[in-house]
Design a protein around this ligand. Structure first.
Ligand SMILES: [Zn+2]
Length: 144
């Protein structure tokens, strides 16, 4: 006949609800019972997992890290914005110059203009992608 003691005694042992004498008595039984040994081992693993998964309440360390990451993110966002505005301005200026230059309608002038226009389009698309990614970042607000 199969032993079912792990269902009652095993659970109270793992939950720490067992009396000292009951613990000694049941542990002695486990030494000789394969069923209890196997079940306790698997139960122990599950119990250990749920307590590891239990969420810690936010403490000071968490909030310090949180504000630090918010600050760092906005700082970097601002830097990125300045960089974009600067590069866009430069590229637009260069394109404008190329278009209004008397050499615009030469072979070289047109080539330079096309290259600059290409750079401008690539840059705008990179910025748009970056902006879209940052808006949809699933890890936003999570410490990495
Ligand atoms: Zn048993």
């Amino acid at each position: 006949m199969e032993c079912n003691r792990f269902e009652s005694d095993g659970m109270s042992l793992l939950d720490g609800e067992m009396t000292e004498s009951g613990k000694v008595e049941y542990e002695a039984h486990v030494q000789t019972c394969d069923r209890c040994q196997t079940e306790l081992r698997s139960l122990g693993r599950i119990v250990g997992m749920t307590s590891e998964l239990r969420l810690r309440p936010p403490d000071d360390e968490f909030w310090n890290g949180y504000w630090e990451s918010v600050y760092r993110r906005s700082e970097r966002g601002l830097g990125f914005l300045f960089l974009c505005v600067g590069i866009l301005g430069l590229l637009a200026y260069a394109v404008y110059h190329a278009v209004t230059s008397p050499e615009f309608l030469t072979y070289e002038g047109l080539s330079v203009t096309v290259i600059l226009a290409g750079l401008l389009v690539i840059f705008v698309s990179v910025v748009r992608e970056r902006y879209y990614e940052s808006k949809n970042d699933p890890y936003k607000g999570v410490r990495r």
